[in-house]
Design a protein around this ligand. Sequence first.
Ligand code: TRP
Length: 378
Amino acid sequence: MASTNDENGEMIVTPWEVKGKVDYERLIREFGTQPLTEDLLKRIGVVTGNLHPQLQRQIFFSHRDLDTVLDLYEKGTKFVLYTGRGPSGPVHIGHLVPWIFTLHIQKKFGTRLYFQLTDDEKFLIDDEATLEQTRNYAYENALDLIALGFKPEDTFIIYDVKDIDLLYELTLEVAKRITYSTARSSFGFQDSTNIGWVFWPAIQAAPCFIHAKLTGENVPALIPAAIDQDPYWRVARDVAQKLGYHKPAQIHCRFLPGLGAGGKMSASIPETSIFTMDPPDLVKRKIWNAFTGGKGTAAEQRKTGADPTVCSIFQYYFYLFEEDNRLLFDRERRCKTGELLCGECKNDLVIRLNKFLEEHRRKREKAKDEIERYNMNR
Ligand code: TRP
């Protein structure tokens, strides 16, 4: 099953819904993935030098077949990267987390990236969505991707609706080999599910093999993505060998928490999400309203300290805005001892966030002139 939905409705993790407190250890067990071991991290470090903070901090924490991909790489066979985005709305900073990591891996390993924008998926699963809307969001979201610094030579963006000709043969080969019963149990389809959605997972599987098909270079794909996408990869892995391709490998990340108490950053709760297009005063307001581990009064907090483990603000430093471990630990320590109050910590974050977003929007604007150079169909 895609969903790990316990009796009390505590945790749900499916490609379309993430709710409750996410227990990552349990996901590793239930999805049957592997933890990222010290040994694997060392092998990555041999290529990358210093480990990326997202690896050091276990933001990427789980994988399938990363060892196989590294075995091949060490023997001289490259891999390609594949990731994507469902364009259901504007991009928030949680979406950037795996993309930033993907860019790092791309640079260090010198690999290609295939990036799928699933304007078809978002049209099918949302009763209200129109194709025009999802296509527009696909364009807008691509600008956010490009703004991070991907280079057109190595980056191939697939807009599903427009580029379906590139994917269609592979999609058919995949779809023919997935039974309805497998799809239903992997994705939780119901009698009321529209048949477009039932067929759709074959389209997300297709880019796993597109490099091999189009270039004849039979190399594996490595997919950096949040762990909710895992059901897709299970079906893609089942059919890979029947089609004569490598099984796609995955490296899974956690979700950036929202600014509320618990739960991931979600576009459907805009008050607790920071979107890349949020103006500075809105960012400030959202951060000031965020849930922290602080105490009722400054006096009390100075005396007993606060709790960074439950604080949403601290998570932003941890995930994105404090790369220096020493400074991160120092912030944690000063929080716990009551030296650092929430107001100061929030203020620092507002400054960093707005600086980052301002720069991001400048690059995003520039991306408008470059976007065609990234088209898969070029
Ligand atoms: N289904 C994903 C979403 O809704 C979009 C997607 C397509 C994707 N291909 C992918 C995500 C590969 C990660 C990796 O967001």
